[in-house]
Design a protein around this ligand. Sequence first.
Ligand SMILES: [Zn+2]
Length: 123
Amino acid sequence: MTTKGHCLCGGVTFQTDAMPQGASVCHCGQCRRQTGHLWASAYVAKEALHVTGDVTWYASSDNAKRGFCAKCGTVLFWAAHDEDTISFSLGGIDNPTGLSLTKHIFTADKGDYYEINDGLPQK
Ligand SMILES: [Zn+2]
C-alpha cells in the first residue's frame, strides 16, 4: 500500500510504500503550539519517505527538527537528529489511510481545555 500526502497548497508532497508505524497523537507543548492543537503522526525509515517541494526545517530542540511548508504553513514532518526514521502528519495524508491511532504521548503536558477519552494508551 502506498501512503500519499501533501500540504495545503500542494507545494510539498510526500509518499511512501513502507507501512507507517506508531500512529500516535502528541500532546507536548511544542506540538500543540505548532499545530494549533495536536500533532498526529506515524513514522517510516527516512530513506523510505519520498518528498518533493521545498520543506523548511525548524530546529525545535537540540535533538529534533520540524518540517513545514513555508508557503501555506502546513506542518508535515518531525525528525530526530539521531534516529533513522521520520514522522509525517496523519492529517496530511489522503484517505483511505489504512491506519489507526495506537496511543497518546506526552499527555502529562496536555492542555487543560480538553479530555482524552478514546481509551487508547496514554504515555
Ligand atoms: Zn504548502
